[in-house]
Design a protein around this ligand. Structure first.
Ligand code: ATP
Length: 238
């Protein structure tokens, strides 16, 4: 089943008033793969994730997960169907402890037990060490790990991840990306990864999709996109 279509977006259009942020975007993300969505600031990457997960209402188009129509479904339905969204900005609840923040991720899942928490702690030893500390004491990298861990407690099949590298040291970014790769290869997780840091994203992704002004301008294997100097210069900034 690896590589078979899990998430499919067809002709998705979304606007903020007169600003058309998505203009007929179609793409697919495969099971057990990392699909990177790349493009300059304002290309529509964040809007794409927000529209897929129903936070922004689409004006037209369709989103399916494993063949089921989930266009604009409420968040608890999304979670039940296996979709988790880690928004840009690493929002944690500052006064709650790390463990209490993790518990939020399990809210829409009935049967989350100790084993699921321990699995997240095994993945992120730094988070395990800080489990009783208030979330506001965490570093940026630790917060990013916490919000990914919180999403994993919803036991997703498809993880939507928005700009996890933003403002983090390259060493921490490499660590987080390596972990994503492990989750994908070992557990069959599927990831739609939005990144402005195209070079790092393509080094971990299987497939890349390039957006410009709300439209898809290229879709190819990560290796082929990395090798395409013209495209890199035109859209990816390296
Ligand atoms: P970034 O990396 O800066 O988040 P992006 O590729 O994710 O960029 P979006 O944030 O999706 O791009 O923005 C796409 C377009 O929609 C841009 O023209 C942006 O100015 C506009 N836009 C985004 N959010 C809003 C909003 N809340 N209200 C009005 N316009 C918006």
């Amino acid at each position: 089943r690896r590589g078979s279509t899990l998430l499919e977006v067809s002709e998705l259009t979304a606007a903020y008033g007169p600003v058309r942020a998505l203009d007929g975007v179609s793409l697919r993300a495969g099971t057990g793969e990392i699909t990177a969505v790349l493009g300059a600031n304002g290309a529509g990457k964040t809007t794409l994730l927000r529209t897929i997960s129903g936070l922004v209402r689409s004006s037209s188009g369709r989103v399916t997960l494993d063949g089921e129509d989930i266009t604009a479904a409420p968040v608890e339905v999304m979670v039940r169907k296996g979709m988790a969204h880690v928004p840009e900005g690493r929002g944690v609840i500052a006064e709650l402890t790390v463990e209490e923040n993790l518990r939020v991720g399990a809210l829409f899942r009935g049967k989350v037990g100790r084993a699921e928490f321990d699995r997240v702690y095994d993945l992120f030893p730094r988070i395990a060490e800080r489990r009783d500390n208030p979330a506001h004491t965490l570093s940026g990298g630790e917060r990013q790990m916490l919000v990914i861990g919180r999403a994993l407690l919803a036991q997703p099949r498809m993880l939507l991840l928005d700009e996890p590298s933003l403002g983090l040291a390259p060493r921490i970014v490499a660590q987080i990306f390596a972990l994503l790769r492990e989750l994908v290869d070992r557990d069959g997780l599927s990831v739609l990864l939005v990144e402005q840091n195209a070079r790092s994203a393509l080094s971990v992704a299987d497939v890349g999709i390039v957006l410009n002004l709300g439209r898809v301008v290229a879709t190819d294997s990560a290796a082929a996109l990395l090798a395409d100097e013209q495209l890199r210069h035109a859209y990816l900034g390296f």
